[in-house]
Design a binder for this molecule. Structure first.
Ligand SMILES: NC(=O)c1ccc[n+]([C@@H]2O[C@H](COP(=O)([O-])OP(=O)(O)OC[C@H]3O[C@@H](n4cnc5c(N)ncnc54)[C@H](OP(=O)(O)O)[C@@H]3O)[C@@H](O)[C@H]2O)c1
Length: 324
């Protein structure tokens, strides 16, 4: 049964019968938001979030971050109360993560945008390049090839989002979608504007340069896909298991011998290939920004692997073999 807190502060939340108590304080103001009496010691953080939602329905579980320290890391949903370093009354600090949106929706929006935007420039729809160019087509083969590669890349990502990735987090803060879409959509428009421009000039070394670039692009796309499949196979459907990824029989996965996030290595490689193919400054900049972002993430993931697995292969670097 739930009981009123001694000082009467905060709402009293209905808890299950058993022995521990949990108080939830606002991480910023330290105001008592909720007191859960007699919580099962085996209760998970996910269950505590559900109980908290009963008195604060505006904070549905995906919006909640519960921590042991107001400025510390969020506890995982699967963490169990009795395994946490707390006394008989556990104090948890709550932070509102803001409105949430599902990862799948996020990815679909982020990736469908560039696909569609690029095609507007490729088909030279009115009001982009001037009336006389409306719905005209470039005379350069590389422009058509670039459109094929760009579209292939985003169709692949959409399909992977729907059918390959097994995400551990169901949602992401809604505000991130504005930031991410500005990045993906903005760069797609900028790159497409120049590549499909009627005055675009093909790369300096002609078809040799294009063939080399296409080879890099195709290899990296196959590599990226192979790594995504290998990561998928690490996690049984419906679980959140994280394991050390190892090379499989597929040679594209052998990069796991040297880096923790070869999917990022291949992703950067694809964009370098695309930059060489189109010889276009916005593409080079997109590759550089993407590389910077993915390096930051790869370093974070690499650190977590080292923290989580004592037997983590020592030769691996985050993203670039032997270097970075
Ligand atoms: N161009 C760009 O700027 C850019 C930037 C970022 C990403 N991308 C592309 O988008 C792709 C996906 O990005 P991402 O950041 O989501 O990649 P990621 O973190 O490597 O994750 C890919 C998938 O594998 C799962 N996973 C990762 N490590 C795992 C492990 N040790 N055990 C089990 N499952 C694991 C992830 O689940 P979790 O949900 O648990 O993480 C996720 O479902 C990248 O590979 C890249 O091609 C492009």
């Amino acid at each position: 049964m739930a009981r009123l807190p001694a000082d009467g502060a905060g709402a009293v939340c209905p808890g299950p019968t058993a022995s521990s108590a949990v108080e939830i304080l606002d991480a910023k103001t330290r105001e008592k938001l909720c007191f859960l009496d007699k919580v099962e010691p085996q209760a998970t953080i996910a269950e505590i979030k559900t109980l908290f939602t009963k008195t604060h329905p505006q904070w549905y579980p995906a919006r909640q971050s519960l921590r042991l320290d107001p400025k510390g890391k969020s506890l995982k949903d699967e963490d169990v109360l009795q395994k946490l370093p707390v006394g008989t009354t556990a104090t948890l600090f709550f932070r509102d993560l803001g409105a949430q949106i599902s990862w799948v929706t996020v990815f679909l929006t982020e990736y469908a945008g560039p696909l569609f935007i690029y095609l507007l420039f490729y088909f030279r729809v009115p009001f982009i390049y001037g009336h006389k160019y409306d719905f005209t087509s470039s005379r350069h083969t590389v422009v058509h090839l670039a459109c094929l590669c760009h579209s292939f890349h985003y169709v692949k990502r959409l399909l992977e989002t729907l059918f390959v990735h097994r995400f551990s987090h169901g949602t992401m803060p809604l505000r991130n979608i504005f930031k991410n879409c500005t990045y993906y959509w903005g760069f797609a428009a900028w790159m497409a504007y120049y590549i499909n421009h009627p005055l675009y000039t093909p790369p300096t070394y002609g078809s040799q340069q294009v063939k080399l670039a296409l080879t890099i692009f195709v290899i990296c796309q196959l590599g990226n896909f192979s790594i995504h499949m290998a990561l998928r196979d690490l996690r049984p459907a419906g679980s959140k298991t994280r394991k050390i990824p190892y090379p499989t029989k597929n040679p594209f996965t052998w990069l796991f011998l040297l880096v923790s996030c070869p999917n990022y290595t291949y992703e950067v490689g694809s964009w370098i290939g695309f930059a060489i193919m189109t010889q276009c400054v916005p593409v080079a900049l997109f590759s550089l920004v993407g590389f910077t972002q993915m390096t930051i993430w790869a370093k974070g993931k690499h650190r977590s692997y080292l923290r989580e697995f004592r037997d983590y292969p020592p030769l691996r670097m985050p993203i670039i073999p032997f270097l970075l």
